[in-house]
Design a protein around this ligand. Sequence first.
Ligand SMILES: [Mn+2]
Length: 469
Amino acid sequence: MLAQITYKSLASNPDYFVICEKGVLRVVQDETTSDYAIGEFIDLQGRKKGDVLYADSIELLAENDEAVKGAGNGEKTGKELEKAEKHAIAWMDSLMLLREPDPLVDTTSMPSAAIFQTMQPTFKQAAMFLQSAVITMTPILCRFDEDTDGITSALYIHSLLEHFIKERGLPYPKSHFRAFQAEAPIFEHKHLQALQNEADDFAKKPIVLLLDHGASEESLPALEAAKADGFQLAIVDHHPPKTKALEQYDMAVHPFQNGGDSSACTSTLAYSIAANTHAVRKDWAEFAMQGDKSPFAVKLDFKEPIVLDYVADKEWTLKKYGQLLDDKNQIDILYQRCLPLREKALQTAMTKRKLEQFGPLTVQWLDISYVTDDYPPRGGIVQGLHEHFEKGPALVTVGYDDERVIFRVNQPALKLGFAANAWIGELKKLPNAIASGGGHPGAASCRLKPKKKNTILEALQKKFKIEFE
Ligand SMILES: [Mn+2]
């Protein structure tokens, strides 16, 4: 039987995992001794018991070259190799699980949601990419952003993998998919190093999958290094990307590549990928649309995104997040716990804010260095203050301390032409002032280099005057 080795154990007479006409099998070397490389094609004989094949003989299929010919079996194996290579694609295809996806957003009531239709070929490709990873036993190291959007995106990807493994009875071990919460929406060298340590556990270089981050300029150096180190790179994201960063990816699901914008948050993209393989729940994406303020959100009074933000700084495992979202009782308890903390933080912020008028634009400044409590986080306080006043005329909320500046922008201010991410782009041109930063037009933030707060605030004052007065 022809087969291709897709993975092997780290032992000296290793077990192989192969793909063949019978699907994916584990091959135990009972009567044989060999150590062939992953990717090689073999001719395999043995006794099959369940998913395991106990090998009686394993013959490497070699190129039809002179050396092999001299060994007496060159012609045969040369042809067999060609045949096996052709079959490999068909074996893989026959295992793929694909279905017509159930759309998340109704395009008749929301024409701009047509982006989901435009992107359907990309979603399908991504679903196939992830399924091939499972078939070929390729490990996946996933980093997800630490908010509702990032967490639920990872839950969708995990759900796709889990369903596929179960449905097809594949031997892909649980430990081959590892999900890590990113503590910042950037992919840097230290993060790559952590993944390199994880990769040492495997006989094969994993795929690095970044969710809801990883296409910014700051991520580019680590992405290039990851690629040079042999990782395959995959991303699902909706933040304004740097083209050069997106180009690093072997698989990219990103609305900006299809003429879209940030409206479709990452979780809606991850849903759309998973929906190509099985019927998936929609509520996770609905929570994320609320959390990310997606214009596609239909309902905005879920407790879940608020509770997820409350617990996210504790860096739970993906499994624990999933269990929490299935436990309405626990959601209620945690919601009741965080509500008064949010209310108190808002009251304090309202006494501390300073208003300034620049022509038609109101700027609401909040020096957040007074904050000592863990919850809500500083970004959450700025967000809460902004939300409390955003339903009026043009308003930009600027929260700041020694380390960061956070922008929130309401619809009328966006219409006046204020785009927070573009302003951060300009601040980055100031010498040695911004460490990192980015985001969306309506919500963005940046980290400052030491002792640069005043420089930045002065630059902002000046720019507000020039642009709006
Ligand atoms: Mn997001």
